[in-house]
Design a protein around this ligand. Sequence first.
Ligand code: NAD
Length: 288
Amino acid sequence: MTIIDGKLTAQQLRAEIAAEVAEMVAAGQAAPHLVAILVGNNGASMTYVANKEKMCGECGFRSTVLRMPEETTEEQLLAEVERLNNDPEVDGFIVQLPLPKHIDEQRVIEAISPRKDVDGFTPINVGAMVLGLECFVPATPAGILELLKRYNVPTAGKKCAVIGRSNIVGRPMSILLSQKGWDATVTLCHSRTANLAETVAEADIVIAALGIPGFVKANMVKEGATVIDVGITRVEADNARGWKVVGDVDYAEVAPKCSYITPVPGGVGPMTIISLMKNTLLAAKRRK
Ligand code: NAD
């Protein structure tokens, strides 16, 4: 059994990105510039944005966080998005989700220029991804593919079960793995899937992205399978912080059956943020 080390892989990627940025800057080009819009005071969102800002610094990027108050109107946010779309100093930007309830998230996402949509959430980017065209691949699926590639996990002709059909993880993951080059046969499972356990038990690769701690048990996993755990749930714990992060896989009982498995924390999580950096670097390279 091989533990897929997302933390280490993300560090390697960070060094590769930083080296490329240093070359860009030495050649007289501006370093990539990522902007994050943060609306309101959602604690988790503030942490995510702070982590992205820190990672930008470590990659040699310029970064800006635009903090907007909770009572920001949809029109004010759309005006800010439009300003960033047209700002030549900005290579890519993200609008941190979730947005306050009075703002239509979809309308805001659709206003982002696909050229600067480094989250890969706009319909144009999603469409390009589905067609296998040049696009920004959403960060979490991109990070998972990078782990599969770097650990030489075979995917061609393999059966893959993706659990969870969100627009940011499960659905794009299922599409990407079925494409030429990855060549897996994918089943996308969700909350209405009948006989989910049987489907998962047949899979060579299981990708769990549903947000239910310990959902995937040993009896649902085939001997020798690869298990990728996307789940991140905070649960109470008997430690100084009073909480810990757990995944969607019952790691202790599933790991011994696996060829490869990602731990939580230290698996998919660190890869997500570094994949956003990769997309921002790509946006900067396409700048002209
Ligand atoms: P979501 O929360 O938007 O949706 C959950 C999905 O799981 C839905 O498609 C639903 O159909 C499915 N589901 C729910 N209950 C189910 C059941 N009993 N059986 C089968 N399917 C079921 O999904 P999300 O935003 O992709 O988040 C999923 C998990 O991944 C969460 O824990 C989230 O925190 C985590 N996440 C992690 C990262 C990372 O970087 N590691 C990134 C994004 C999300």
